[in-house]
Design a protein around this ligand. Structure first.
Ligand SMILES: Cc1cc2nc3c(=O)[nH]c(=O)nc-3n(C[C@H](O)[C@H](O)[C@H](O)COP(=O)(O)OP(=O)(O)OC[C@H]3O[C@@H](n4cnc5c(N)ncnc54)[C@H](O)[C@@H]3O)c2cc1C
Length: 393
């Protein structure tokens, strides 16, 4: 076989330039590690928080908070280093060294970002992992809590319920979501009709800026405080902790889950729900989830199922009367309702058996799936013909 010398030379040049860029990046990474060690506080050594691909537990640490299997593939870009901060000085060192070396830093709290933004990048990067910083300090006198970013919502709910049966916090319904990302991005939950978004219930924060300085609400100023409650704090720095205001919940709340298929008149019920959902009393939240299930009676063998899942901050008798007045087509009866405590309503909403021990909420490992999610807002009810079009799809 004839070999073209220009091809050989160009291949050799490519290989040697690859080797040069690999050794350049090695030296950048070494300089970064050295910078971290140099900026380490003597009483809080940083070395035990550093994981590189050479560390035996690197893969375990990386995967511990990957919550979307789409980003756990061999071809998914990996960080050259993970820093599992054990102290605020480690975050400060990370910021200072990232800035000095012009290196991309990804901040990860609970790892539930839909697009893996907290642990994937297209340029060389490291992950600042917050999961060790998860303290929760509750002050029942002021009804406030300082919660660190590495806590998960389940831990927060559980700790509140351990101190009070009549307090709760309006945040998301998935207990393994991280406080850090959730509170920087908004926070939708089943008490939002009554108490607003999660970010509406934040009263202060500890925030580390691009120069590694720690601020509270007063020193960061109202503009930045506004931005880190919904604007995605990673654009501005690292949130160490949020101070949140607890809300009042009754000792007994009521939940239900009622499922209907197309054969049960689902289209008309969804239509009616759309017209009343925003006008129901603020204590009542009724969520609609639509999926496809097997059907023995329909051609094609499948049908659309609509599930109405609810939290009512009150008793079942009042709930049934509200529902039958506003959404009679659903035909809610007392036997569909479960009266329970707020903390057990969290279990119900997560599809965990409602009588399970509530410390199941401390479990940090969710069942994993491949997922892609997007949100949109409907300002007017979707017409019935359009619903039928959606069912066809
Ligand atoms: C299964 C599942 C259920 C969900 N349920 C709900 C729900 O009920 N309601 C709702 O509103 N949302 C829900 N979400 C969305 C979730 O609230 C957001 O994805 C949230 O950003 C996740 O936070 P995290 O800390 O777990 O994620 P991460 O992936 O760790 O972080 C998300 C983003 O925030 C940044 N960030 C994280 N920590 C910090 C920090 N300390 N300082 C600065 N920036 C930081 C990250 O860099 C990243 O950009 C759900 C998501 C999933 C996957």
């Amino acid at each position: 076989m004839a070999i073209s010398w220009p091809l050989v030379v160009s291949l050799l040049l490519s290989i040697s330039s690859l080797a040069t860029s690999a050794s350049n990046s090695d030296s950048v990474h070494e300089a970064f590690v050295q910078c971290l060690l140099d900026n380490s506080h003597p009483s809080h050594p940083i070395s035990e928080a550093i994981f590189t691909p050479q560390s035996p537990s690197y893969a375990t640490v990386l995967q511990s908070y990957i919550r979307n299997l789409r980003f756990n593939e061999t071809y998914t870009p990996k960080p050259f280093l993970i820093l599992t901060a054990l102290h605020q000085s480690h975050i400060q060192a990370a910021i200072i060294c990232a800035k000095k070396g012009n290196i991309q830093m990804k901040i990860r709290s609970g790892g539930h970002d839909y697009d893996g933004l907290s642990y994937v990048a297209t340029v060389p990067f490291f992950v600042l992992d917050m999961f060790n910083l998860r303290s929760i300090d509750i002050d029942m006198e002021t009804e406030t809590v300082w919660v660190q970013s590495g806590a998960i919502l389940g831990e927060l709910y559980y700790r509140i319920s351990a101190l009070s049966k009549t307090h709760g916090f309006p945040a998301g319904v998935c207990p393994t979501v991280g406080v850090g990302g959730h509170l920087t991005g908004g926070g939708y939950g089943n008490m939002m009709r009554k108490y607003g978004l999660t970010v509406d219930n934040i009263v202060d924060a500890y925030f580390i800026d691009v120069n590694g300085r720690i601020h509270d609400r007063k020193s960061m100023g109202e503009d930045l405080f506004w931005a880190i409650r919904g604007g995605g704090a990673a654009s501005f720095g690292v949130v160490l902790a949020y101070k949140i205001k607890l809300v009042h919940v009754p000792e007994i709340v009521t939940v239900f889950r009622v499922e209907k298929t197309l054969e049960d008149n689902a289209t008309d019920i969804v239509d009616q729900w759309q017209h009343v959902a925003s006008k129901l009393p603020k204590e009542l939240f009724v969520r609609l989830v639509i999926d496809v299930v097997n059907s023995s009676t329909r051609t094609g063998g499948s049908t659309v199922r609509v599930s109405f899942i609810s939290l009512f901050l009150g008793d079942s008798k009042t709930l049934v009367s509200i529902m039958n007045e506003n959404l009679p087509l659903l035909g809610l009866s007392q036997s569909d309702c479960i009266e329970t405590s707020w903390i057990r309503s969290v279990l119900f909403w997560t599809n965990i058996a409602i009588d399970s021990p509530t410390d199941v909420l401390l479990n940090r490992t969710p069942s994993l799936s491949y997922l892609k999610r997007k949100s949109d807002y409907v300002k007017q009810p979707i017409p019935k013909t359009a619903l039928e079009g959606i069912w066809e799809k």
